[in-house]
Design a protein around this ligand. Structure first.
Ligand SMILES: CC(C)(COP(=O)(O)OP(=O)(O)OC[C@H]1O[C@@H](n2cnc3c(N)ncnc32)[C@H](O)[C@@H]1OP(=O)(O)O)[C@@H](O)C(=O)NCCC(=O)NCCS
Length: 321
């Protein structure tokens, strides 16, 4: 049996930070409201010259160094991003060119939003498991600051910019044990970025994220609860077998309720939300990288990764690190 194993991780966060005190000067909000309702204290914001591509390159190079692998050995590049460099060529092709390699498949997952990293990881895992490729670079990279309406307090306080990357490679040792992906378009209006190519905008502010936060909150709690049951059942595991939850970082109250669902203490949850906000498809690899780099997640630990976002789309992975 071939598994895909995490060989290395990398991260990049822009230097500029916007604190909640800074947000108070931009919209009618308070530090206390943001912390109490979301858990966010600050977020990183890309400089003018930074893009999903430049951040993906930095995170990827760090992940490849960590994995001890050269760009020439990469068998596939997938970038999950709702904020791509261009419609096409893909950000992944542009990264491939910057890495000085050619030939391996390279593509973006643009529309799976905050669930993007789970979709990208699942696809790369299937290719490795089937023996079609030996390694993959899986990235989440987002400049959310360019798609939020900075006059809308209900969304602009939530998001941040950054990139996280993971190198996975074929192994005889257990690694990614299973991945589970789902979508339900009946909830299409709960979270969207409804700009349409070549069409007049049919929604006011279509260039910006539209979200019905409280509805999404309830949906997320329900779908993630079911997703955990499905993931554990597929592997014949109990909650107590899980060492770490590595969740999408959208709201601390959602994360706390997921930890409770799994009977995990909050110190068994990889959290970056207070410092980074919601970085969409970058949030899971960023949280994973942080907890691995500071030594909390150790080889042999059982990790449950989960993400959800616009679509709705959601997914999980169970990984023996
Ligand atoms: C967005 C979210 C933080 C809002 O928290 P909430 O407790 O649901 O709050 P509500 O949306 O019900 O709004 C409550 C009040 O706070 C106000 N409010 C919203 N944003 C505010 C802000 N930044 N500062 C101060 N008040 C704010 C609302 O206008 C509303 O006021 P009203 O009662 O006078 O109408 C929360 O719903 C959430 O995180 N949802 C999930 C979002 C998510 O997961 N997004 C990413 C998916 S990838």
């Amino acid at each position: 049996m071939i598994y895909s194993k995490i060989l290395g991780t990398g991260a990049y966060l822009p230097e500029k930070i916007l604190t909640n005190a800074d947000m108070e000067k931009i919209v009618d909000t308070t530090h206390d409201w943001i912390v109490e309702r979301t858990g966010i204290h600050q977020r990183h914001i890309a400089a003018e010259h930074e893009t999903a591509l430049t951040m993906a390159e930095k995170a990827s190079r760090q992940a490849m160094t960590d994995a001890g692998i050269t760009p020439a050995e990469i068998g596939m590049i997938i970038i999950a991003t709702t904020t791509p460099e261009k419609m096409f060529p893909s950000t992944a092709c542009l990264l491939q060119q910057r890495l000085g390699i050619a030939g391996c498949p390279a593509f973006d997952l643009n529309s799976t939003a905050c669930a993007g990293f789970m979709y990208a990881l699942s696809i790369a895992d299937q290719y490795i498991k089937s023996g079609a490729i030996k390694s993959a670079l899986v990235i989440g990279s987002e400049v959310m600051s360019r798609v939020v309406d900075w006059s809308d307090r209900t969304t602009c306080v939530l998001f941040g910019d950054g990139a996280g990357a993971v190198v996975i490679g074929a192994s005889q040792e257990p690694g990614v044990l299973s991945t589970h992906l789902h979508a339900d378009g009946t909830h299409k209006d709960v979270l969207s970025l409804p700009v349409s190519i070549g069409k007049p905008m049919d929604v006011e502010g279509a260039l910006y994220i539209q979200m019905t936060g409280n509805q999404l909150f309830k949906l997320a709690v329900n779908i993630l609860g079911d997703l955990f049951d499905e993931t554990l059942k597929a592997n014949g595991l109990k909650k107590s077998d899980i060492n770490w939850l590595v969740p999408h970082q959208a709201n601390i109250r959602i994360i706390q309720s997921m930890a409770k669902k799994l009977d995990l203490d909050m110190d068994q949850v990889a959290i970056t939300l207070p410092d980074q906000g919601n970085t969409s498809s970058a949030s899971i690899p960023l949280a994973l990288d942080k907890a691995i780099r500071d030594g909390r997640i150790k080889r042999g630990d059982m990790l449950l990764l989960e993400g959800f976002g616009g679509g709705l789309a959601w997914g999980s992975a169970l990984i023996k690190y």
